[in-house]
Write a protein that binds this ligand. Sequence first.
Ligand code: NI
Length: 187
Amino acid sequence: MILPIVAYGHPILKKVAVDITPDYPGLKELIDNMWETMYADDGIGLAAPQVNHSIRIFVIDASHLEEKAPKTGAPLKNVFINAHIIEEEGELWPFSEGCLSIPDIHEDVMRKPRIRIQYVDENFVAHDEWHEGVFARVIQHEYDHTDGMLFVDRLSPLRKIMLKRKLNDLSIGKVKTKYKMIFPAKK
Ligand code: NI
């Protein structure tokens, strides 16, 4: 089932999401729905808060970015549950990010290029991995969602001021998307 996407301004996008246990009700169905929603909406990643669940799950399929990703052997399509980034290293680098919750806005965001992340997969098998480059970038973006952060929160105060009107319009539903959204302040 394709789920509606929570739009910028909704309080759930600001909440630090919680870890879950394998008996979380409807977990398999939720993950299936997240994949279906992400592909239908042309996303490369989707986090549970974006579909109105404040829990630590995100899915990523960056396989089409393969030529840009270093060969670390890590799967470029993956489910991350209870993920925690425990180290980030390297020089900050800019990369243009977008987000299904913030349609029509793309901005360069500065992040570190190498991360160490601990998580469990959909079988609750534990992983402890380093990732780098574009794949690390997608993880950092989705991971932020489970920590109540959006990419626009990482922009300079000046860039944020320049985007203010667009972001306000978005939160009241003044935006056109191919997919269904939940607008926090729609009148
Ligand atoms: Ni996003």
